[in-house]
Design a protein around this ligand. Structure first.
Ligand SMILES: NC(=O)c1ccc[n+]([C@@H]2O[C@H](COP(=O)([O-])OP(=O)(O)OC[C@H]3O[C@@H](n4cnc5c(N)ncnc54)[C@H](OP(=O)(O)O)[C@@H]3O)[C@@H](O)[C@H]2O)c1
Length: 262
């Protein structure tokens, strides 16, 4: 299937690993020019080379922290007129007792998961509208819809992000600027690999055993964690020409974990 976005330009904030990288790969396969953003230069350059070699698409690595004003200026200087904006980050730290979360913890999480996407959208939507095409996807979290105490720093700001994006998506859809969200559950990504490996070392188990333990405890119906490249394919669909009537949606991709009918 040709998604009709060949030659478009995409900024992928948080693109050197996990679901951001999976999304960059899926867009690059469609012939989209990629501006791949992350803080760590070595992993970023390696990811950019890998995606370019695999897909033949132009991939420009941009070393920047998208949670800062300076970082966002660097990103927009590299790609001033994006047609597509995909935004994500690493999963914020899991939380214990809600009373132990400090205001500093909140500010950090809010800067990276909420204010950063809001400011990126504010800076790019007018240009997209003027050019008559824009696609924006926030890769947020299922915890936005399925609150859990261990995910307070991740879920609460993303519930606000979903609220914001739905409101703004209604205002800009008539200009063919389309905003949607993906709400992932558990995936085999870089951060999850590190966390599960650490648990395995503590418990004298393996990565796979820790994953299976999590799957059992959280009763994930699919019986496994997801593949970031599979989520990337859904991201590319939301960025396609066919998404022009799909407005302000938040698609949960979590192996069936969240128990809601709609
Ligand atoms: N993985 C899961 O099972 C899971 C579960 C629920 C929700 N989620 C959500 O899914 C999203 C993606 O998670 P993931 O597991 O795919 O992440 P990941 O594998 O840790 O990758 C995160 C990517 O974002 C980059 N990044 C992080 N902070 C950044 C910043 N401030 N500026 C620029 N780049 C930044 C990282 O590179 P650098 O560190 O080098 O900057 C890396 O490229 C997150 O919103 C997360 O909360 C994930």
């Amino acid at each position: 299937m040709d998604l009709g976005i060949r030659g478009r330009k995409a900024i992928i904030n948080g693109g050197s690993a996990g679901m951001g990288k999976g999304s960059a790969k899926a867009l690059a396969r469609e012939g989209v020019e990629i501006f791949l953003v992350a803080r760590g230069e070595e992993r970023l350059r390696a990811a950019a080379e890998e995606i370019a070699a695999e897909t033949g698409a132009p991939v420009t690595p941009v070393v920047a922290d998208h949670s800062t004003v300076e970082g966002r200026a660097t990103i927009l200087a590299a790609c001033p007129e994006p047609d597509i904006l995909v935004m994500t980050c690493a999963p914020p730290a899991t939380t214990g007792d809600y009373r132990d979360i400090s205001p500093e913890d909140w500010h950090e999480a809010i800067d990276i998961t909420l204010l950063s996407p809001i400011e990126m959208m504010r800076a790019t939507i007018d240009g997209m509208a003027a050019r008559g095409f824009g696609r924006i996807v926030n890769i947020a979290t299922g915890a936005a819809k399925y609150p859990a105490e261990i995910r307070l720093l991740s879920g609460a700001p993303r519930a606000a992000l979903v609220n914001y994006t739905v409101a703004v998506s209604k205002r800009v859809a008539r200009h063919n600027v389309i905003i949607n969200n993906l709400l992932p559950g558990m995936f085999h990504t870089a951060t999850i690999h590190d966390r599960m490996t650490e648990l395995a070392q503590q418990n004298g188990t393996s990565y796979d055993e820790e994953v299976q333990k999590f799957v059992r405890e959280w009763r994930i119906p699919a019986g496994k964690f997801g593949d970031p490249d599979d989520l990337g394919a859904f991201c590319a669909l939301f960025c396609s020409k066919y998404a022009s009537f799909t407005v302000g949606q938040s698609l949960v991709i979590d192996g069936g974990l969240i128990n809601s009918t709609f």
